[in-house]
Design a protein around this ligand. Structure first.
Ligand SMILES: *Cc1c(COP(=O)(O)O)cnc(C)c1O
Length: 363
């Protein structure tokens, strides 16, 4: 049985007519940067998330970078986040010369352990970046309360959680700034790189808009040192088509995620824990197993693709050696990174494929 880790070909076939039409309109107009498709998409994702300003940008990484730049994060500042995430979360902090300060994760949700945050706050702390890992939001109310008490800004790394629900709100609408990614394999994926920044704050929004366009306030007048961080019109047009179908896809992802959990209930694995007051968009369907190498080999024998998100926590990465962390500093992150593995997940995974995967895990 042929199983893709994420079935992007099936998705294109599903929306081909609409996507081809929108993209050929951009080609015909030759307006590749900015323009009506980008404006329409930004308006639509602002409405979707319930945030006043949605700003398209070049990637999730740049969304996080622009958020920190807008807060004037610089050398000497400290930003609190978790070591159990994709490197981009901490990379942008270090890129600006600031210091990533890690807090361990909660063993059930794999998101930042809120009880570990306050001890890490110093006079240099500027912001907290909780990561909504695998598609489930972190404990945003508790995190916002800690931040308010200490005058810090909260930036949600929502690169995996666009579309997730947290209480009565959506991911990206839960803190001062929300950052998401439209990397092709993310729940809402472009056909190349892309991302977006969300905020209700007019001043931050206008600053981030300038920053992603070389700090320009008008053509060739530069108010800030910025970057080229724009989302292009072709990606915006494709994303806008996919957004029309996104609720249906999220529902399919959730049905498939819940079905995995049900089918794996009697297997010797730990399935994802989703808190009662939120939903997951299952950017990954990740389980914990005792012998990961053996499980991956067993699935691979049956041509079932798997992935590991993430095999090495950031505090043990060579690039962050200068921070001086060592093995044992974040025991939960270290334990989970040794046991976690992701199974094939897409709205197009069939029951037969899923049964085959589950049987291979149990066999
Ligand atoms: C994908 C991802 C990013 C980076 O997004 P890109 O669009 O690939 O730059 C950042 N943080 C997390 C948690 C991610 O999963």
């Amino acid at each position: 049985m042929k199983i893709n880790f994420i079935d992007l070909q099936a998705q294109y076939q599903e929306y081909k007519t609409e996507i081809d039409k929108e993209v050929s309109e951009v080609f015909a107009s030759a307006g590749f940067i900015g323009g009506p498709k980008l404006e329409a998409f930004e308006k639509n994702i602002a409405a979707y998330t319930g945030v006043k300003h949605a700003i398209g940008c070049s990637s999730g990484t740049d969304a996080l970078l622009l958020a920190l730049m807008a807060l004037d994060v610089k050398a000497g500042d400290e930003i609190i986040t978790t070591p159990f995430t994709f490197i981009a979360t901490a990379e942008v902090i270090a890129f600006l010369g600031a210091k990533p300060v890690f807090a361990d994760i909660d063993e059930k949700t794999y998101n930042i352990d809120t009880s570990k945050i306050e001890n890490l706050i110093t006079a240099k702390t500027k912001a907290i970046i909780p990561v909504s890992l695998y598609g489930q939001c972190a404990d945003m109310d508790e995190i916002n309360a800690i931040a308010d008490k200490h005058g810090l800004t909260v930036i949600e790394d929502a690169c995996q959680s666009f579309g997730a629900q947290y209480k009565d709100k959506r991911s990206c609408a839960l803190s001062s700034i929300g950052c998401t990614s439209f990397f092709p394999s993310k729940p809402l994926g472009a056909y190349g790189d892309g991302g977006a920044i969300f905020t209700d704050d007019d001043e931050l929004a206008s600053k981030m808009r300038m920053l992603l366009n070389h700090g320009q306030n008008e053509r060739y007048k530069h108010k800030y040192i910025g970057i080229n961080g724009r989302l292009d019109a072709v990606q915006a047009a494709i994303l806008d088509v996919k957004l029309r179908h996104f609720d249906k896809e999220v529902k399919l992802r959730q049905d498939i995620g819940q079905r995995y959990t049900l089918l794996l209930a009697d297997a010797d694995v730990v399935t994802p824990y989703i808190a009662d007051d939120r939903t997951s968009v299952y950017a990954q369907y990740s389980i914990r197993v005792k012998d990961r190498a053996a499980t991956i080999a067993k699935l691979s024998e049956r041509s079932i693709p798997t992935a590991v998100h993430y095999p090495m926590p950031l505090h043990l990465q060579e690039a962050f050696a200068y921070l001086g962390y060592k093995e044992g500093d974040f025991p939960v992150s270290e334990k989970i990174s040794n046991e976690i593995m992701s199974l094939p997940m897409s709205p197009y995974l069939t029951d037969e494929q899923q049964d085959f995967i589950v049987a291979a895990i149990k066999g």
